[in-house]
Design a protein. Structure first.
Length: 146
């Protein structure tokens, strides 16, 4: 198994607020742009889609309220697990130290091809979440109306 860990980012949301956004896989489907939703199915525990011709599915295997959500592949081209971590940030109850850990069953060639790209993608996900929690949204992104 190859291990990858994102950088840590301080998100301007309390751990319970951030956790609640990740606990239901339907939330991920709701945030997809309309043109990317075709063929995506989600329920509380899992999400499935076809990405570049490959079927991929992810399911939640563990929920530890306000601190951890563990995921595993559910019909992906390779076996993987991921932990989404929500830690209290330095005593501030309104901020979360957020990071992601992934273990993937990649052969040597796949690890060489995908390893740095996977690490970069994890870091970018953390950076994007930090930015959005501070009101900086990607171009074209429409935040949900409250």
């Amino acid at each position: 198994m190859a291990e990858f860990e994102s950088k840590h980012g301080i998100v301007s949301k309390a751990p319970y607020e951030l956790y609640m956004g990740f606990v239901d896989m339907r939330n991920f489907a709701n945030f997809l742009p309309e043109d990317k939703k075709e063929g995506v199915t989600a329920d509380y525990d899992s999400i499935h889609a076809t990405v570049q011709g490959f079927p991929i599915g992810v399911k939640i295997t563990e929920r530890r309220p306000y601190s951890l959500i563990s995921l595993a592949d559910d019909g992906a081209p390779f076996s993987f697990t991921a932990d989404i971590c929500f830690d209290a940030a330095g005593g501030d109850p309104y901020k979360t130290d957020f990071h992601i850990k992934v273990n993937a069953d990649l052969n040597f060639m796949m690890k060489m091809l995908l390893g740095s790209k996977l690490k970069d993608a994890l870091d970018k996900a953390v950076d994007s979440l930090v930015d959005m929690s501070n009101g900086k949204y990607p171009e074209g992104f429409q935040p949900p109306q409250q």
